[in-house]
Design a protein around this ligand. Structure first.
Ligand SMILES: *[C@@H]1O[C@H](CO)[C@@H](O)[C@H](O)[C@H]1NC(C)=O
Ligand SMILES: *[C@@H]1O[C@H](CO)[C@@H](O)[C@H](O)[C@H]1NC(C)=O
Ligand SMILES: *[C@@H]1O[C@H](CO)[C@@H](O)[C@H](O)[C@H]1NC(C)=O
Length: 372
């Protein structure tokens, strides 16, 4: 090469003067600059990188990654995904970037309401009871409508009960549901497939409804359709001066719960969906009460929390991300699951307990009325 021969000519011959060394250095510098310029030109022409790479943090497995979208000379788009563990892989289309994680399946903004009651909260309820239920469970809805769901005022505070269902199986079932909605004006229906596996979607749609249609309520409650609620006791808890009205959630607390890895269990969650072995403290999904600032915060946090099918534990992971710990209620025994001996006396002390059938909700209700 020219530089080498110049160096030989100058320096291997006897005339090793200073000028000669400077000349060689200068030519080297120019060559290097030119090479760098050519390389950067090739890079821009071939890959045309976007100005702002999309940096993305995955809170589930604590890795940070960033995407660089490039457009090849053929016009084909590539997403380069760089992980902090220096693992580089390439996906073939732009669709596969992390946008899909931001708008994951449980994110409520993916769905819309087919049946809605947007004006229900105009009267500023103090407490809104939200009941997820399957479309066909009309008997359960009617049991609630004739018991705790029929209370509009407790200790002078306005209370409201609404049911949330997903899609029905067919046109006839849909017609019946719409008829029921006209009759009672207490049904909300969203367009996701209603199934046990989709309960997380259902819960997030409930949170979304509370956040967008009912932010003026002070407290809300997610409560299953097989629950008895003692509204007097619940109201006493909520009206207690010790009960915060922000960042507050209580119920039957679940501590230190292992994630179920047994594939036969209905609570099975894969490591891919939830890598950690334990859940953060969460509130059992049968019934939890929350200050009504939380639904909006939970929806917001859920944007970048990978969903999994255990709805209450999922709400727990969203709360953890928000730095909010579920509160122990002053008398934790008031939040019950099944009661061995549900006599009127015990029922008059609880806030919630599971009923074995819609009929039993009515029995529990009447039993407490009698013992008053
Ligand atoms: C973390 O999650 C992202 C997105 O789900 C995945 O691409 C990545 O491989 C995961 N990293 C590890 C170390 O598991
Ligand atoms: C709800 O309560 C009212 C009285 O406050 C009663 O007239 C009505 O029948 C009740 N509704 C149901 C569905 O039981
Ligand atoms: C859950 O709902 C989504 C959206 O409607 C649907 O695509 C999916 O098939 C449902 N999954 C199950 C198991 O029902």
């Amino acid at each position: 090469m020219a530089i080498v021969s110049m160096w030989k000519r100058c320096c291997l011959t006897q005339d090793r003067d200073l000028i000669c060394h400077i000349k060689t250095g200068f030519v080297l510098l120019v060559t290097l600059t030119l090479t760098l310029f050519v390389i950067s030109c090739i890079y821009v022409v071939l890959f045309n990188p976007l100005k702002h790479p999309h940096i993305w943090f995955n809170p589930v497995n604590q890795t940070q990654s960033y995407n660089v979208l490039t457009e090849g000379s053929s016009g084909k788009k590539f997403v380069w995904n760089f992980l902090t563990t220096p693992q580089i892989f390439q996906t073939t289309t732009a669709q596969k970037n992390h946008i899909s994680v931001y708008h994951h399946v449980a994110h409520p903004r993916n769905y819309h309401f087919i049946l809605d009651e947007p004006n229900k909260c105009k009267q500023d309820p103090f407490l809104v009871l939200m009941v997820p239920v399957a479309p066909h469970q009309r008997e359960a809805r009617n049991a609630i409508r004739s018991t705790w769901g029929n209370e509009s005022s407790v200790q002078g505070k306005a209370v409201l009960t609404l049911f949330l269902v997903g899609l029905t199986g067919g046109a006839e079932a849909q017609q019946q549901l719409e008829e029921e909605s006209r009759q009672h004006r207490d049904l909300l229906q969203s367009n996701f497939v209603d199934s046990y596996f989709n309960l997380t979607i259902k819960t997030m749609v409930i949170m979304d409804w509370l956040a967008t249609r009912c932010s003026q309520a002070t407290f809300s409650m997610k409560v299953d359709s097989d629950m008895y609620i003692n509204l007097e006791n619940l109201m006493s808890l909520l009206l207690s001066p010790n009960t915060p009205r922000q960042n507050y959630i209580t119920g039957y607390l679940m501590w230190n719960q292992n994630v179920i890895r047994n594939k036969k269990s209905k609570y099975y969650v894969s490591e891919e969906l939830y890598p950690e072995p334990k859940y953060p403290t969460y509130v059992l999904g049968v019934g939890y009460v929350l200050s009504n600032d939380l639904p909006q915060k939970i929806v917001e946090a859920s944007k970048d929390m990978k969903p999994f099918n255990i709805e209450d534990a999922y709400v727990g992971t969203c709360l953890k991300r928000l730095g909010i710990k579920p509160s122990r209620s002053p008398d934790p025994s008031q939040f019950r699951t099944y009661m061995k001996d549900s006599k009127g006396h015990d029922l008059s002390k609880v806030i919630i307990t599971i009923a074995r059938s819609p009929k039993q909700i009515i029995e529990f209700w009447q039993s407490v009325k009698r013992h008053k």
